[in-house]
Design a protein around this ligand. Structure first.
Ligand code: ADP
Ligand code: MG
Length: 291
């Protein structure tokens, strides 16, 4: 049984002359254990799709089944309950409440369970340990790096043991170290069986995914199975604006982000990727400044 099954899902915003067709008959099936990257230009409907999948919004037309159960016509309180029980959601920013400690933030979703504070905090503490944040429990979000804030947000998303993690540009506001921290964490969670769908503008991050979905004007225009560790083909075209396919090119395309990975490529490759990466630097900075 698929975790997610969307059939001809459309989403219209607004009324009369001012309507926007944000999703145009999207069909999509995601199986347990997939690690799906969603890419596409601004305004193409990525967030709308994440919000529908995350039960934060309802489709105008079409059907949505989550773990085999129809959920496209749920009332808002039913949707809220199901969201709490089955989904973990991570946004680009504003993920944590600034006046609560990291531990309190992570324990927050458990407050509806009627569980006592001590027990809730114990569970939260275990999860923070799992994401490598055990020594930040009593920090306030403002005292963390952007990457650490997102790791805490991921911990909070995990606290109800969700069947799906939905992340809308989780690395959108992060520098390359922060992005690496977050993606490595998502990757670990994927390895232990979690199903993850995330939005990204960075073709490099498709290296983590098993599948990449490309959207345009509210539609899925391509759906590519991809090997972990490699930039997906279409994303690579977008990076260089030409199609390259050799292993050599792949390695040469290693960005500042991947350079920080503790892998040990051959000396020759290392020298080459360093050279390429440094010549690319101004471009990378520009891109970050824009987003
Ligand atoms: N709440 C809303 N009301 C009206 N239009 C919206 C709303 N949310 C998104 N849109 C429109 O729907 C389209 C898709 O938006 P969005 O899903 O946010 O795209 P993306 O995340 O890919 O940038 C855009 O044209 C956007 O302006
Ligand atoms: Mg968006």
């Amino acid at each position: 049984m698929a975790v997610i099954e969307l059939q001809d899902v459309s989403k219209l915003y607004g009324f009369g002359d001012a309507t926007t067709l944000a999703l145009d008959e999207v069909s999509l099936k995601i199986e347990k254990g997939e690690f799906v990257a969603v890419m596409g230009p601004s305004g193409c409907g990525k967030s709308t799709l994440m919000n529908l999948i995350g039960l934060l919004d309802r489709p105008t037309h079409g059907t949505y089944s989550l773990n085999g159960r129809r959920v496209d016509r749920l009332r808002s309180n039913q949707a809220a309950k199901l969201r709490r029980d089955t989904l973990g959601f991570i946004f680009q920013s504003f993920n944590l409440l600034p006046r609560l400690t990291v531990l309190e933030n992570v324990a927050l979703p458990l407050s509806y369970t009627g569980m006592g504070t001590v027990k809730r905090q114990k569970i939260a503490s275990n999860i923070l340990e799992r994401v490598g944040m055990q020594n930040r429990e009593y920090f306030l979000p403002g005292q963390l790096s952007g990457g650490q804030v997102q790791c805490a947000a991921i911990a909070r998303a995990l606290v109800n043991n969700p069947s799906l993690l939905v992340a809308d540009e989780p690395t959108g506001n992060l520098d390359s170290n922060g992005s690496l921290l977050v993606m490595e964490l998502l990757s670990e969670l994927h390895k232990v069986g979690n199903t993850i769908i995330f939005v990204t503008h960075n073709p490099e991050l498709t290296r983590y995914a098993t599948r990449v979905i490309y959207m345009h004007d509210g539609a899925i225009i391509q759906d590519e199975q991809t090997e972990i560790g490699k930039v997906a083909k279409t994303a690579r075209k977008q990076m260089y604006n030409v199609s390259r396919s050799s292993e050599e090119d792949d390695l040469a395309g290693v960005s500042t982000l991947m350079k920080a990975l503790p892998s040990k490529p051959s000396v020759r490759t290392k020298a080459k990727s360093r050279k390429r990466a440094s010549s690319k630097k101004p471009k990378a900075t520009q891109k970050r400044a824009k987003s």
